[in-house]
Write a protein that binds this ligand. Structure first.
Ligand SMILES: Nc1ncnc2c1ncn2[C@@H]1O[C@H](COP(=O)(O)OP(=O)(O)OP(=O)(O)O)[C@@H](O)[C@H]1O
Length: 310
């Protein structure tokens, strides 16, 4: 086990506990997606693991050794970990090249140059090597901070919403390169996100926080097939939620159905089409079944009355 968080208690204010008895394990080489809506405690947990704040009680162990947070470290942060927080903390007077190479030794300048160039390629900033951070967009600064964190391979990488400032095409490219780099180098990664679709294909485990409570810790497939509650289901994308009464009324075995999980069929539950909109890879249909509005995806535009199979 690389990291163990055991019985962790933490609060910012005495009367408002955030983490109460939180437990989490991360294996070597594992990618953990830390998910939850804004304010659930993702950034706080990453800061505690990295050692930027003291916690009230419980233990955080790294390779079996207890960590002590700021009260045990002269230099902030754990040396074997790298944390890319949401403030990127770049050197303002250094170029992108200088920032990425900050922690790489100058003894062998040729290998330093090769390393920085490799990392700039990973984050898609090869053409920006000579630019100062102030002349970069938020998303570009975020990518410089990620490249810098990878410069000296940490054992564990902590990324706080690393794709939050990236546009769609950049996000896809960076995701691919970043996760492959992490896997190839057998790093452990804890990556926070409020959008699980972003990381689902690469994550080994999905850890969901709700108001500081860890409510689900399963593989992506298990989480998708059996979300613990409505909150988890909604983190996974657009979803139809049925109450217990509705489940019984329609004879459904489960509560949560993602739009592609409901099929248009020869017979089944009768539905009328309210709208059918082109959505790129599919049509997004709003349908009415016995007074309940649901979303179903289909390959073709639909209209009128049809049947659904759940
Ligand atoms: N310095 C602070 N002092 C007091 N309360 C704080 C502080 N920082 C965060 N909080 C509170 O702690 C809770 C968790 O915040 P945190 O930033 O960890 O959430 P998050 O899940 O990372 O949210 P986001 O996705 O918006 O960054 C929130 O209720 C927040 O208001």
């Amino acid at each position: 086990m690389l990291l163990e968080v055991k019985n962790l208690y933490f609060n910012y204010q005495a009367d408002k506990p955030l983490f109460q008895n939180l437990n989490l394990n991360v294996d070597k080489g594992q990618i953990i997606a830390l998910a939850g809506e804004s304010g659930c405690g993702k950034s706080t947990l990453l800061s505690l693991i990295y050692g930027l704040m003291d916690w009230q009680s419980g233990d955080i162990l790294f390779e079996g050794e207890k960590l002590f947070g700021p009260k045990g470290n002269l230099v902030p942060g754990e040396s074997q970990m790298k944390f890319v927080a949401q403030n990127y903390d770049l050197m303002p007077y250094g170029t992108v090249y200088d920032n990425v190479g900050k922690y790489i030794s100058n003894i062998n300048l040729k290998s330093k140059k090769e390393k920085v160039e490799e990392l700039l390629d990973v984050v898609g900033l090869t053409d920006f090597a000579k630019v100062l951070p102030k002349n970069l967009s938020g998303g570009q600064q975020q990518r410089v901070a990620i490249a810098r964190a990878l410069a000296i391979l940490p054992k564990m990488l902590l990324l706080d919403e690393p794709f939050s400032n990236l546009d769609f095409s950049r996000k896809f490219e960076l995701r691919d390169k970043l996760f492959n780099y992490v896997k190839d180098n057998y790093l452990s990664l804890v990556i926070s996100t409020h959008d699980l679709e972003e990381v689902l294909p690469w994550a080994d485990k999905i850890v969901v926080l709700q108001n500081g409570r860890l409510i689900q810790n399963d593989s992506p497939k298990e989480t998708y097939e059996n979300p613990y509650n409505d909150y988890v289901a909604k983190l996974l994308g657009e979803v139809n939620i049925f109450s217990e009464d509705e489940k019984m009324h329609f004879g459904l075995p489960k509560k949560h159905y993602f739009p592609h999980q409901i099929k248009i069929a020869e017979n089944g539950v009768e539905a009328s089409v309210l709208e059918s909109l082109f959505a790129g890879s599919h049509y997004r249909n709003k349908l009415l079944i016995d007074g309940k509005s649901i979303i179903v995806y289909s390959e073709y535009r639909v209209s009128g009355q049809l049947f659904l199979e759940f």
